[in-house]
Design a protein around this ligand. Structure first.
Ligand SMILES: [Fe+2]
Length: 243
């Protein structure tokens, strides 16, 4: 099976299946078949190297090693590739959609986590590891949205390739990065909002009246709702640090 055949057959799955669990199950079988060959991926790599305009069609992503292979015209799914640096370890994160993750080359491991705190304290998250397994070439794993899909991938080799399929995004504008040891969680916004959100967050740690004045002024400015939320949280932080 090549990429085009995979995309056509997976598109057909959505015509007969409404239950996402079944879509994922059938998608995993198809993705395993796609990963039985690497010639289609080598052709893709050749095009990325030689065709500058094709390369520029790749949109900026939060992951620098991400390649867009296919965007379903119906909007049902996207197919992405990730090329791993030697022994690269991902940050623990969640997702805005369901996803199927396959290994095309190398040896990759996946740790899955679940949240065991109540999610009521901003920035705090306690995780528990629920599984740790290898995803060998031709094998797949999957995630569901948000708290149901917290995981971390790790490349155990010099070079590895993951082929991932993701469903429709929840479009909340961010996902979460977790730190297991420090029990922290942060909102990782889509670019270019990420820079602005980090700027707002940082003002919440600044001493003196300037930061407070800037943040209060922002409450009356026409900025994105997501940023407004960050402004409010930063002001809460500033006020709490002064008490
Ligand atoms: Fe992931």
């Amino acid at each position: 099976m090549d990429l085009e055949q995979f995309c056509n057959q997976f598109e057909d799955v959505f015509k007969k299946e409404e239950d996402i669990d079944n879509v994922i199950q059938e998608g995993r079988v198809l993705l395993s078949e796609l990963m039985g060959r690497t010639d289609w991926f080598q052709e893709f790599l050749k095009r990325i190297i030689l065709d500058a305009s094709f390369r520029q069609q790749q949109k900026p992503s939060r992951w620098l090693n991400e390649y867009l292979l296919h965007r379903s015209p119906s909007g049902n799914f996207v197919v992405l590739a990730y090329i791993w640096e030697p022994y690269q370890i991902d940050v623990i994160h969640d997702h805005n959609s369901w996803g199927i993750i396959g290994t095309l080359g190398g040896r990759v491991s996946e740790r899955k986590y679940r949240r065991v705190d109540e999610g009521t304290k901003d920035g705090y998250a306690k995780l528990e590891e629920v599984s740790h397994k290898l995803v060998l070439p031709g094998e797949t794993t999957f995630v569901r949205e948000m708290d149901k899909g917290i995981h971390r991938m790790e490349n155990l080799t010099e070079n590895a390739i993951s082929i991932n399929v993701y469903g429709k995004s929840l479009r909340q504008g961010y996902l979460h990065y977790y730190n297991f040891q420090n029990k922290t969680v942060s909102r990782a916004y889509v670019y270019p909002l990420y820079r602005a959100a980090l700027a707002v967050k940082t003002l919440g740690f600044m001493e003196g009246d300037t930061a407070k004045n800037v943040l209060e002024d922002m409450q009356n400015q026409p900025i994105e709702d997501l940023l407004k939320n960050e402004v409010e949280l930063s002001l809460v932080r500033l006020n709490a640090s002064r008490e």
